[in-house]
Each structure stands twice: as structure tokens, then as C-alpha cells.
Design a protein around this ligand. Sequence first.
Ligand code: ASP
Length: 454
Amino acid sequence: MVLGIIWALISGTYGFNDFTKDWIDPFGVIFINCLKFIAVPLVMFSIISGVAGLGDPSQLGRMGYKTLGMYLLTTVISVTVGLVFVNLLAPGVQSNENTRLNHRLEYEIWATDNGIEIKDGRLEMAEVPQEKIDQVRQKLDADAATPEYQVLAAKNEAAKANKEGPPLQPLIDIVPSNLIQAFGNGKLMLQVIFFSLFFGISLILLPREKTETVRSFFDGMNEVFVKMVNIVMQAAPFFVFCLMAGVLAKSASNINELIEIFIQLGYYALVVFLGLVVLLFGFYPLALRFFGVKIAYRDFFRGMSPAQFLAFSTSSSAATLPVTIECVNKNLKVPEEASDFVLPIGATVNMDGTSLYQAVAVIFLANYHDVDLSMMQQLGIVGLATLSSIGAAAVPSAGLIMLMIVLDSVGLNPMWVALILPVDRILDMCRTVINVTSDATVSAIIAKSEKLMD
Ligand code: ASP
């Protein structure tokens, strides 16, 4: 990983970034592809063999409630930690009066154009010189013409269209109408989980002698896919080097650009980072202790580090899932009956890092535009960030797209995400580490509460 970063810095400074993009980055893509294609069948085989191993459907039901409850709890706590940090440290608050006025005008013009009620009206638009308003409008028009803006606007439209539908749409979306489609679309992991659980439950409801062959088939297939993960991971150091070099080469062309980005968004990034660090090194070890899981602090991090490093370099909990399962089984000694069921669901719905980041980003963007969010609005963010992190896919940048929906829901401009885009990849890498660690923590807690861990 470190070599990849050094390579990217050298290639940016000495002008061979294109070489990195053309000849090194593709190996990173190949690596992620390998992990992704393994992840979907692995989820299916591991859930089926995990459920079959339980042998008792009522235990599954109990574990299901506990799992969802724990996931919800950790997410709400994460958003709250994010809100506390962002309110205390206040990133985005502009000290220069003129800059503040310009940013506030950007918000008010957008809100007026879109018929959005301005709740904390502090600007008397009538007192602002027309010349100034024209200037800001020109800037907004220029921003809207950039290709990056157009790409984001299209994504925003797609995300909005997805959100529309009856209130029970998320429930409808869990049940596949076509199995092949569910397996063919990485975003439909919940459908794969639904099918696998249904299959596993049906399997344990049948007499054992009738299902012996099917059981051993699924156990065997599970072993094969785990082996595939092991083989791919043998080459992980090389692939991770390529991934890091490629990601950095694509996000900034030289070190000056990197420094520039850091100066502008460094404080905001730092607040997100601090929140994530508190969860990682404080909250999860405490939660383990609180629920009586006896894993030493060092052993927990040593055991999880392969999955954490992989999450950091791939920015995808789904791609990391095969390795998370391995780490949790082998190193944390959580038995497969718990991990095979809890982790795939977690990778899809439990994203503590993403929800914390969304809370910080919304308040940062509001501060930046001199918008005051009331206590009620902030409480609303807890719910919104929780729901949107559940809905976010376990792939790079999913949290950013869902952030647009959160902004929209609190009456702010979804296109403001363009502002934080330059640091989003690095924050995505960090929040994915948290997402994966949270899943592992919950799986250990569930295993402990079900007396599956001695
Ligand atoms: N990349 C994150 C994950 O896969 C999701 C996100 O926050 O964008 O867990």
C-alpha cells in the first residue's frame, strides 16, 4: 500500500501518470473484479451452509432479530458521534464576511429558484446589490456547465427516481422476481441473501436423510469459494500496490494538486476521520467488552487487519466480504453458523462509517453555505443518514450518492456534493474500514449471545 502511494507521488511529479493509469491501474481493477465475482456465490453458499449447520429455524429467527437490532443500534450511535464531532469542531464555517455572504447567496438563489422554503432567513435579499446577485448567478451557471456537475446531476436524478415508489418499495426490492437477475446484479445482494435464507430454511425443515447430498454439495461449494479467496489473497500485496497507485494517479495529477485539495477540505476531512477513529479504536472494542466477548484489544485488530486493509484499498465492503468472513472465522474464532449469516447482511445494510460521514458532510455543507440547521433538522439527519446508509450499496462512492438524497430531504442543494468530491475517495476508503469492522464486531456479539463462542 505504501509503495503504491509512493509510486503515485513519483509518477505524478515526474509526469508518467498516464503510464500508471494505463499499465498499473488495470491490475487493481482485475483484483476487485475477482473479489466481486467470488462474493455473490460465496454469500449464497455460506448462508445456505451456515443455516443448514444451525439445524433449528427458531435460532435463526432469534439471531435475525438480534442482528438487525444491533446493526440499527451501531448505526444510530455512529451518526450521533458524527453529529457531536461536527457540532463541536464546526468545519466549513467561513470567517471572511464577504465569502460568507457569497456562499449564503448561492444557497438563497438556489432555494428561491427551486421553491424551497428558507427556514433560517437572515439575508434581506432586497438589501443585496443586484450586481452581487448577478455575479453569484454567473458562478452558479459556470459550475453547472462543468462535466463533473453533469455526471453528478445524472446520478442525482437516478437516485431520486429509485427513491420514488410506494412506502413499502424497499421491502418489495428484497424479494427477487427473477433469480438470474438477482445474481447478475451486484446491487441486488439483499435478494441473493433472501433467496439463500429461504433455501437454507427449507433445507433444515426437510428430513436429514433426504437432503444429505444437497447439504454436502453446498458445504463443498462453500469450501471451494473460500479456497478461491485464499488464492487471490496470495497475490494481494501486488494487487493492492496497483490499486493504490491507480486510485491516486486518477484523483490528482501531481503533488501540488494534492496539497491544494488538502488545504481546502482538510479540516472537514479531519473531522470525518476523527469520528471514524473514535468508532474504530473506541466504540467497537468497548461494545465487544460490554457484551462480554473475550477478545483482547490487540488480537481483535491483528485478526481483522487483512480485511481492514483490503477495505481501505478497495473501498468496497462487498468486495472485502470474502476476506471479512475468513478473518472473523479464523482469527476472531466466530463460528460459521453466526458469521455466514451475520456478515453478508452486514456488508449490505450496516454501514456505520458511511452514516457518520453523511452526518458530518451535511452539517459541513450547511455551515459552508451559512445555513443554520435546527435541532429538529439535525435529529432528522440521524434518521435519514441511518436509512440512507442501509440503502447504500457496498461499492465505492455509494455513500456519496445517498448523501444527495439526505441533502435533498433536509432542503439543501444535493449538487453541493461536488464540493467535497475531491476528498471523497480517501474518506470512502476510511469509512469502508469502519463498515467492515462494525460487521465483524456485531457478528462476534451475536455469536457470543447465542453461546456459539466459548
Ligand atoms: N464504499 C462504502 C462501502 O462499500 C460505501 C460508501 O460509503 O460509499 O462500504
